[in-house]
Ligand binder design. Structure first.
Ligand code: HEC
Length: 95
């Protein structure tokens, strides 16, 4: 019985977070990380311009790593997830 409950809980939390792509991470935390680390060189207009470079989730992750390197920002996996979730939920909306 206990096991079943855990399973139901897991399934429920999946369907709650299935908004856009079912990505791990917390978009609200991602926004804070973004505003603290990512606006030194560009605003969020680069994610919204017509000729934006990023065309899928992998490119988004790679771009973020490259941007982080340029500024010596070290992002842990959890922070990467939060940032990707924030950027994807807000701007890119990749599935
Ligand atoms: C050292 C400067 C710098 C910092 C800091 C920086 N970026 Fe960037 N970023 C750039 C440059 C330069 C580009 C390319 C802009 C262009 O092509 O006009 C870019 C482009 C991007 C793009 C691609 C936009 C597109 O065209 O789709 C994303 C996504 C992005 N940055 C995310 C981030 C995130 C997230 C952070 C914080 C972790 C960050 N950047 C911090 C310099 C920076």
């Amino acid at each position: 019985m206990k096991k079943n409950r855990a399973l139901v809980f897991i399934l429920m939390s999946f369907s709650v977070s299935a908004h856009g792509a079912a990505l791990p991470g917390d978009a609200a935390v991602g926004k804070k990380l973004h505003d603290a680390n990512c606006t030194a060189c560009h605003t969020d207009s680069v994610y919204q311009r017509k000729d934006r470079q990023v065309a899928n989730l992998d490119m988004l992750k790679n771009q973020m790593k490259a941007c982080g390197h340029a500024m010596n920002i070290t992002l842990g996996k959890k922070q990467m997830d939060d940032l990707v979730k924030y950027l994807n939920d807000t701007y890119y909306k990749f599935k």
